[in-house]
Design a protein around this ligand. Structure first.
Ligand code: AP5
Ligand code: MG
Length: 197
């Protein structure tokens, strides 16, 4: 067997999925889990929210365009977000973990087209599920610029209307795996590893 001389962990990490999406409502813990997993697996962690906040902080034209929209808890334009994702994925050869993108069906279709161009495929979509009451508590505890109660409620509404249709979208494509996102960070990480094996 070609792996017979390898330690067990090498075989297992070689089998672990390398092209992932994290899907779920604001506050589900996508960023927390994605950062840890990407680091331990050597994946590119691509969070469109983090990249947009970096543009805002740097005061770029893109950041100026996005800032007010983000403060309201609405989605910035598909074209703007797609340009960011396209440039990062084109410049990268290894595995990746997309966090907070795609956010609607148009973005999901555009991603599918981009990946076809790059001859790559999504291997799994991890859906992180959590009750609204816990989401709101987590976000109020964090206190990012868009973490006040009214904007959090609006982000949840935008999620239900625009992002939730992606659950059926990826389920139909046989890619969806749901993970209960309550409990400790480590317990959730363990559940996620369980669906990536
Ligand atoms: P984005 O940055 O993606 O924010 P979000 O979807 O609202 O989600 P969050 O980042 O708030 O939550 P998360 O699931 O990552 O949770 P986290 O790990 O941080 O988007 C922000 C804005 O950017 C959007 O509103 C939009 O305007 C724009 N945008 C971004 N992407 C876009 C796109 N593709 N298209 C258009 N617009 C886009 O955890 C939350 C808190 O809980 C933290 O304090 C964390 O420490 C804590 N926590 C995590 N896990 C646990 C746990 N197990 N127990 C207790 N606390 C925990
Ligand atoms: Mg996040």
């Amino acid at each position: 067997h070609p792996f017979s001389s390898c330690p067990d962990f090498v075989v297992r990490s070689a089998a672990m999925k390398q092209r992932l999406l994290f899907l779920g409502p604001p506050g589900a813990g996508k960023g927390t889990q994605a950062q840890q997993l990407a680091e331990s697996q050597g994946l590119l962690h691509l969070s469109t929210g983090d990249l947009l906040r970096a543009e805002v902080a740097a005061g770029t034209d893109l950041g100026k365009e996005a800032e007010a929209v983000m403060a309201r808890g609405e989605l910035v334009s598909d074209a703007l977000v797609l340009a960011i994702v396209r440039s990062r994925l084109q410049a990268h050869t290894g595995g990746w973990l997309l966090d907070g993108f795609p956010r609607n069906v148009a973005q999901a279709d555009a991603l599918a087209q981009l990946l076809e161009e790059l001859d790559q495929q999504i291997e799994v979509v991890v859906l992180m599920e959590l009750d609204d009451a816990v989401l709101v508590q987590r976000l109020l505890g964090r206190g990012r610029a868009d973490d006040n109660e009214a904007v959090i409620r609006h982000r949840l509404e935008v999620y239900r209307q625009q992002t939730e249709p992606l659950i059926a979208y990826y389920r139909e494509r046989g890619l969806l795996q749901s993970v209960e996102a309550a409990g400790t960070v480590e317990a959730i990480a363990e559940r996620i590893r369980g669906v990536l094996g």
